[in-house]
Design a binder for this molecule. Structure first.
Ligand code: SF4
Length: 428
């Protein structure tokens, strides 16, 4: 039974945990097992918010403690902040998780922590919670643990045996800026645990090849988070870091978190009225291009365009910079070319390639496949668009990118982008 005191601690610690966005799950499958409590269904994606009143939510996102010996400028929980503090004991946290899980409030746990005493002391508690949940309480839900930079390999290995996913946040893509805002951290302290987790996952893969029933190690891989807009780094810097991380075999997701101005009096930080949400959204779109559309970072951003265009999405921006590639003939282009067309997603590109074996495609077919014709029509040709005078359309080349651009940017977008540009500060 959860006491009033425990619930009060939970309220404080859930509030402190809400700024970490690296917790949404790509879903692992944990089928129901005899003797274990519950199961998870892969692919559903687990919600990563916790309501104060404990209403029907899927992931309990909480910190073990919000005391911290570090003083990272961008963090609400830093040592020098005067905020309500609380610590849950290992037993309390296990009780809360099991109680919420049995009541069907949650499907899993996202557990992070401030660093107390030293990294090993903190990591030991996180690992103990994951271990007890699995072995004592027979918890069969999803567990995402934050690994504490500087913790020993033994403790990371112990935690990895019971967690589905682990993450270490890079926070700032440039080491110099990271050191300015978080003097106790450096990139080495972040990359080291990442490497150790990766090593564990790869070794586990080998073990499972030899012994099918060897226990899994961090089966849902790793994730990380970068803060956007707290330092002078450009989108190019951020995406280059993401691309390098995706080169690692166990990195599943990089999350981008628009900087929320939590420590307004710190002179090292910009004072923002609101987080740079449009920029955050553009980075997620660019990230999508890297992972699923076979784009390279240098195609999305380069020296001349080091930041993403806030008014239009990155694929459209690329297409307007490369009109020579268009128009693409829907009835003959290969899958890779189709992926580059604004308004066409991976699913519609795949459908086009498969459907045209049965006949020539028209704009009517494309609409049915979910192609956003409002955008795509300037970049494609297809049988009927080329041959019927009634539907003959002007391509990006005939219209010129400069004249086409305003047609594709809505007034609302222009206003949002202008507001956000005002948020960008001159860090120089
Ligand atoms: S170590 Fe983590 S919890 Fe502690 S101040 Fe830094 S970001 Fe915040």
């Amino acid at each position: 039974m959860l006491t009033e005191k425990t619930m009060e601690k939970l309220r404080v610690l859930a509030e402190s945990a809400k700024y970490d966005v690296s917790c949404s799950s790509s879903g692992t499958v944990r089928g129901g097992k005899k003797g274990m409590v519950g199961s998870t269904v892969g692919g559903l994606g687990i919600c990563h918010s916790f309501a104060d009143d404990g209403r029907c939510i899927a992931l309990l996102k909480v910190m073990l403690t919000n005391y911290c010996m570090y003083d990272c400028a961008y963090c609400i929980n830093r040592r020098s902040n005067d905020i309500p503090r609380a610590t849950l004991s290992v037993t309390e946290l296990e009780e809360i998780t099991m109680e919420f899980y049995r009541r069907n409030y949650i499907e899993g746990l996202f557990l992070s922590s401030g660093v107390v005493r030293n990294p090993d002391y903190t990591m030991e508690r996180l690992a103990a919670i994951a271990r007890d949940l699995r072995t004592v309480h027979r918890f069969n839900g999803y567990i995402h643990l934050k690994s504490i930079p500087g913790a020993s390999q033994e403790l990371l290995n112990e935690a990895g045996r019971y967690a589905d996913r682990m993450s270490v946040n890079i926070e700032i893509p440039n080491e110099e800026s990271l050191k300015m805002l978080a003097p106790e951290k450096d990139h080495q302290s972040v990359f080291q645990p990442m490497r150790l987790i990766q090593q564990g996952v790869l070794e586990n893969k080998e073990d499972r090849r030899r012994m099918r029933h060897a226990p899994r190690f961090v089966p849902a891989g790793q994730s990380t988070q970068m803060i956007v807009g707290a330092t002078k780094e450009t989108d190019r810097d951020i995406l280059q870091m993401s691309s390098a991380l995706y080169g690692q075999p166990t990195m599943r997701r990089v999350y981008y978190s628009g900087y929320i101005s939590v420590n307004t009096t710190d002179p090292r930080l910009p004072v923002l009225k609101q987080p740079p949400l449009v920029r955050e959204n553009r980075l997620y779109q660019a990230d999508w291009l890297l992972r699923f559309y076979h784009f390279k970072v240098d195609e999305i951003v380069d020296e001349r365009h080091a930041n993403l265009d806030l008014e239009i999405d990155p694929k459209l921006a690329w297409a307007l910079r490369h009109p020579e590639v268009f128009p693409v003939d829907i009835n003959t282009a290969d899958y890779e070319q189709l992926l580059r067309v604004p308004g066409l997603g991976t699913k519609s590109a795949w459908l086009i390639v498969n459907s045209r074996r049965f006949g020539r495609l028209t704009s009517y077919d494309l609409k049915k496949m979910g192609v956003v014709m409002k955008k795509a029509k300037y970049f494609i040709t297809c049988h009927e668009l080329t041959h019927s005078p009634a539907t003959l359309l002007t391509s990006v080349n005939e219209l010129s990118p400069e004249r086409l651009r305003p047609l594709l940017v809505s007034k609302v977008r222009q206003k949002q982008a202008a507001e956000e540009r005002q948020l960008r500060l001159d860090f120089g």
